[in-house]
Write a protein that binds this ligand. Structure first.
Ligand code: CAA
Length: 283
């Protein structure tokens, strides 16, 4: 079955980026969120991202308009019924995701694929919340989605080989490189990346160096495109904390404990770019 229509649940940082790349590849795209305001913000972000291309001359205004026109927005989950595949990109909260996925499972026709963009939650467990675990898969994009070339395709215990292959093929059609990963907390990339980001926060918390110095150190000393603390702000401190907590509780190893400063900043509502303040200010 060829995938023609793709549904996306969530219009936040990841959801709108995924909608943009799906529409750019020519798929009919339906972006669903519970709040109209979130959908409007999502479309605004997509337009801002596409305008970079228009300014550079890699896209015309007409192409931008045509791409955005391929994205239908809705607050009603029932409008996803025609989708051949739905990518869930809601907040990183297991209870919320399970509720969304169970609702989606009832709406979609049998055979349609459900993918989740979770950064760390068990694909096997999320799949088991649906009646189609063999048609359930992890499809993990990276931020900013239009720029980052990777998609992790994560197979849960019951994910069929055909499903994983179809989704890897879809990722390639979006211009991404797919890597196949077994279900495990944090999968492959976040298992490696997030402890490094957490360690940068420990380094700051212990007064070893300033935020600017830590970031300069990793940019200039290790050739990272941006420093780890700036990357924390980009990923979202709430998301990073959620991933660290999953690693910590799953592996039960103190090396994964979240830095106190990370917890404190999340408690204070300092989530990074999306809230205007994290390790840096974005006013
Ligand atoms: N949409 C479209 N294009 C964008 C964009 C966006 N949102 N953001 C940046 N770009 C484009 C720019 O237009 C520019 O294109 P050209 O080279 O063609 O001119 C290019 O990307 C570079 O952008 P900038 O010059 O503005 O800034 P930069 O050089 O600092 O690059 C960056 C920005 C690509 C984000 C770079 O800083 C980077 O690679 N950072 C690391 C990102 C990263 O590690 N992401 C993974 C996060 S982890 C994750 O997502 C997983 C998880 O589950 C937590």
């Amino acid at each position: 079955m060829a995938i023609q229509t793709i549904g996306i649940i969530g219009a936040g940082i990841m959801g709108n980026g995924i909608a943009q790349v799906c529409a750019a590849a020519g798929y009919q795209t339906i972006m669903q969120d519970v709040a109209e305001a979130a959908l409007e913000r999502g479309i605004k972000t997509i337009n801002a991202s596409l305008e970079r291309g228009v300014r550079k001359g890699t896209m015309t205004e007409a192409e931008q308009a045509a791409l955005v026109a391929r994205i239908r927005t809705t607050t009603r989950a029932e409008d996803l019924a025609d989708a051949d595949l739905v990518i869930e990109a809601a907040t990183e909260n297991e209870t919320l995701k399970v509720k969304i996925l169970q609702g989606l499972d009832r709406i979609l026709r049998p055979g349609a694929i459900i993918a989740t963009n979770t950064s760390s939650i068990s694909i096997t467990r999320l799949a088991a919340a649906t009646s189609r675990p063999e048609r359930f898969v992890g499809m993990h994009f990276f931020n900013p989605v239009p720029v980052m070339a990777l998609v992790e395709v994560i197979s849960g215990l019951q994910t069929s080989e055909a499903t994983a292959q179809e989704v890897a093929e879809l990722a390639r059609s979006l211009g991404k490189t797919a890597i196949g990963v077994k279900n495990s907390a944090g999968f492959a990339v976040n298992r490696i990346l997030c402890p490094m980001l957490n360690e940068a926060i420990f380094t700051l918390q212990e007064g070893i160096a300033s935020a600017e110095e830590i970031d300069a150190g990793m940019k200039l000393g290790c050739n990272h495109p941006i420093g780890p603390l700036a990357l924390c702000d980009m990923v979202g401190l709430d998301t990073l904390l959620a991933v660290m907590n999953v690693l910590y509780t799953t592996f039960n190893d103190p090396k994964y404990r979240p830095a106190t400063l990370l917890q404190e900043m999340v408690d204070a509502g300092m989530y990074g770019r999306k809230s205007g303040r994290g390790f840096y200010s974005y006013a």
